[in-house]
Ligand binder design. Structure first.
Ligand SMILES: Nc1nc2c(c(=O)[nH]1)N[C@H]1C(S)=C(S)[C@@H](COP(=O)(O)O)O[C@H]1N2
Ligand SMILES: [Mo]
Length: 160
């Protein structure tokens, strides 16, 4: 009986984890508009990660020690949605707003991180999407200009 209960508890926990993960992955987390194909694109985390992800291992002003972030290269994301502009107006869930020059994407290999240390990032940990620059690779990025472009909890990107 004891082992049956234990089995049921484990099965229930797995089911909860599965559905939590699944609904998360199938939820629209990012909207792109402005100068993109069709004028508006909604994407889930799964759709974003399916474009192919890359890793950036770096220190940041917001974390202790080096952190491995993983996400679609911003340049690839912009290509896939047919973006033609030169500036991004990025808005976060907390209404934080910042402007990012499109050229940063190729110049520094900026990613739109959807994972930290291999795991999806909850909103409480600056997720689900976080603009990450390779601060360690390019020391010239370690200043307020680029910190302010590093929006977390990204919800929408308008291409201008
Ligand atoms: N979503 C979101 N991203 C954000 C911010 C914010 O308030 N919300 N602040 C930005 C600015 S202006 C800078 S300098 C840093 C601020 O980080 P800090 O609040 O840890 O100093 O994150 C950037 N990313
Ligand atoms: Mo800032």
């Amino acid at each position: 009986m004891k082992s049956t209960n234990r089995f049921l508890a484990v099965a229930a926990a797995l089911a909860v984890a599965f559905f939590a993960q699944n609904s998360w992955a199938s939820q629209v987390v990012l909207s792109l508009d402005g100068a993109v194909a069709g004028g508006h694109v909604d994407m889930t985390v799964d759709e974003i990660e399916a474009l192919g992800v890359e890793k950036i291992e770096t220190t940041t002003p917001w974390h202790d020690g080096k952190v491995v972030f993983e996400g679609v290269p911003l340049q690839r994301l912009l290509e896939k949605v047919g973006a033609t502009g030169t500036e991004l107006d990025i808005v976060a869930l907390n209404d934080y707003r910042t402007r990012v020059p499109v050229e940063d994407a190729a110049k520094f290999g900026v990613i739109l991180a959807s994972r930290k240390e291999g795991q999806p990032m909850p909103v409480s940990d600056k997720g689900p999407l976080f603009v990450i620059y390779p601060f360690d690779k390019y020391p010239e990025l370690r200043n307020e200009v680029y910190y302010s472009r590093s929006a977390w909890q990204v919800r929408s990107i308008t291409v201008e």
